[in-house]
Design a protein around this ligand. Sequence first.
Ligand SMILES: *[C@@H]1O[C@H](CO)[C@@H](O)[C@H](O)[C@H]1NC(C)=O
Ligand SMILES: *[C@@H]1O[C@H](CO)[C@@H](O)[C@H](O)[C@H]1NC(C)=O
Ligand SMILES: *[C@@H]1O[C@H](CO)[C@@H](O)[C@H](O)[C@H]1NC(C)=O
Ligand SMILES: *[C@@H]1O[C@H](CO)[C@@H](O)[C@H](O)[C@H]1NC(C)=O
Ligand SMILES: *[C@@H]1O[C@H](CO)[C@@H](O)[C@H](O)[C@H]1NC(C)=O
Ligand SMILES: *[C@@H]1O[C@H](CO)[C@@H](O)[C@H](O)[C@H]1NC(C)=O
Ligand SMILES: *[C@@H]1O[C@H](CO)[C@@H](O)[C@H](O)[C@H]1NC(C)=O
Ligand SMILES: *[C@@H]1O[C@H](CO)[C@@H](O)[C@H](O)[C@H]1NC(C)=O
Length: 541
Amino acid sequence: MFAIFCSLLITGCALTTSAASYDYSASIECLAEPLRPQYKGGVVGNPEFDSGLDGWNVFGCGKIAARKSETAWLRLDEGKEIVSAYLRIPNGQNRIVGSVIAESGCWSMLKGGFSVDENGKARLFFACLTKAIHQNRMARTTEQKHRQGSEEKQRIHVTGQKGVKLQGANITINQIRPHFPLGCSTTEAILNHKAYQDWFTPRFTITSFNNEMKWYYTERAPQQENYTVPDAMVSFFKKNKISIRGHTILWASVNVTQHWVKILPPKEILNAAVRRIGSLVSRYLGDVIAWDVMNENLHNSFYEDKLGPNASAMFYQIARALDPQIPLFINEYNTLEFPLDMRVIPSKIVEYIREIRSFPGNEHITMRIGLQGHFWRKPNVSHMRATLDVLGTTSIPMWLTELDTKRGPTQAAQLEEVMREAFSHPSVEGIIVWGGWKPTGCNQTCLMDKNYDVLPKGCAVMCLIDSNFKNLPAGDVVDKLINEWKTSNVTGVTDGDGVFEHRVFLGEYSVTYSHPRIPRPVHKIFNVTNGEGPFELLVAS
Ligand SMILES: *[C@@H]1O[C@H](CO)[C@@H](O)[C@H](O)[C@H]1NC(C)=O
Ligand SMILES: *[C@@H]1O[C@H](CO)[C@@H](O)[C@H](O)[C@H]1NC(C)=O
Ligand SMILES: *[C@@H]1O[C@H](CO)[C@@H](O)[C@H](O)[C@H]1NC(C)=O
Ligand SMILES: *[C@@H]1O[C@H](CO)[C@@H](O)[C@H](O)[C@H]1NC(C)=O
Ligand SMILES: *[C@@H]1O[C@H](CO)[C@@H](O)[C@H](O)[C@H]1NC(C)=O
Ligand SMILES: *[C@@H]1O[C@H](CO)[C@@H](O)[C@H](O)[C@H]1NC(C)=O
Ligand SMILES: *[C@@H]1O[C@H](CO)[C@@H](O)[C@H](O)[C@H]1NC(C)=O
Ligand SMILES: *[C@@H]1O[C@H](CO)[C@@H](O)[C@H](O)[C@H]1NC(C)=O
């Protein structure tokens, strides 16, 4: 094991510079020359790293925990290998801060994050198993506070009829539907619990089904497909104008593959899989807004093992041919949740997407990165942000597709922390909470169980509501954020130029405009989208 050490003094102190905003930039390309570090926040000495290791005092500041993001440029003497950055903290423990695939001949950027809850000296070091690492400049940024989803906001300008400056017109603006897809997964229980439907439909604009579209669900026995339940769910959500993320065409794990598939000879596995893709994707053409194609393929490889290394690339191609309109997702756990899982570090995800796209005909597939977000331990928001930054450089939008946090008294607070971080991140396009409710998943037995490390059989990890459809703390968090991330009940009066201006979240709105000089109030429905300058709304009477 080869390691480079550098010292880092961590203090929990007072930061003096003006509130600097966090730098979301990162790079996933391996570059001939490292980029100049861009750091808008934090206090960094010796950023060029060439006058020794002095001056690396960080005056980071936070109320409870200071959060840092570390950026380093690395190059290997030869070959290609995963390099990890570790922080050795005062008690002697090593914490992994981030990992990257580094290569010889070019510089790779490692961006990682860590939280400091104590003062003292810590050492940062980089290690890989065999090779010498060259390290270049580092930049360090200090987090200030959460952005409040500013990417999701836009100024709107409301004016009356063109050329007529009506001062003192009353304006009321209300959001009908938010732009940002915030959803929750569902189970078939949604079909026959009216109270569950009434709880669900006003809250969420998108869903995915826990299991009901999975292959083992729709084709338990060979050639005996049964779509009764998913069909009914699709029709329910369509009726209620709730979008559906298709989950999942295939699943790379052998453990969840039906026995009858497992025992087929390879050629027939291929036939069965192709038939499955055709059956599912054509059935829900126009009904779903996206598909997970090969769930958890970075962790598992059932189809590659049976059919050869390009199996999934080919399945992506078939799915796209059947439904060219919608994005195809990869869907993985642990990337955000667990930095020690080397199978799903950002470079691995990027490598996987390159592999899929390098299959002839796949070059232009529209893809999305689905990060499940099953936080079975305390979320590390700094790690999460650094990971989103790095993946964000691919320009492939990301979703949190199956978000839940660990059961127990801190579950709701952790859910809130992760949701805020995701919503604020410019590269995150949507969030789906993994809170699919069923009567036996959130009953008293489940809710009273205090052994949080072992999930009782049949219980859900995260319950937003109890068996009587009453909100639990996690449900309250979701409600709070839904309300915070929309703009409702804005009232105002036009000024001397006949204009009223306000900053609103993106989405669909209704406006009511009234003035003594117009016969009756004017109502209008409009979409506020992101664009240059304020959104101009003309309310003609
Ligand atoms: C993530 O945060 C936790 C809690 O603050 C901390 O114990 C851990 O070391 C952090 N991990 C990394 C990689 O920084
Ligand atoms: C299909 O599934 C539904 C719902 O589980 C069930 O009621 C029905 O009997 C099934 N149909 C067949 C032919 O098995
Ligand atoms: C599949 O199941 C076996 C036996 O229960 C287990 O050892 C293995 O870890 C599982 N594999 C995955 C990928 O979950
Ligand atoms: C997989 O696809 C790549 C790229 O087209 C090709 O070079 C390779 O031969 C394929 N491998 C197999 C086993 O088909
Ligand atoms: C609650 O649900 C669990 C898991 O499904 C089940 O084992 C238990 O019997 C249920 N308890 C009651 C009181 O219904
Ligand atoms: C907006 O106004 C309506 C009707 O007056 C009220 O029911 C609702 O609670 C208000 N919403 C917010 C977020 O204030
Ligand atoms: C505008 O609002 C004010 C205050 O709510 C109200 O007194 C007035 O009648 C309203 N004017 C019109 C034209 O609706
Ligand atoms: C707003 O945008 C949504 C989604 O694109 C669309 O369905 C809706 O019809 C639009 N509303 C208006 C008033 O244009």
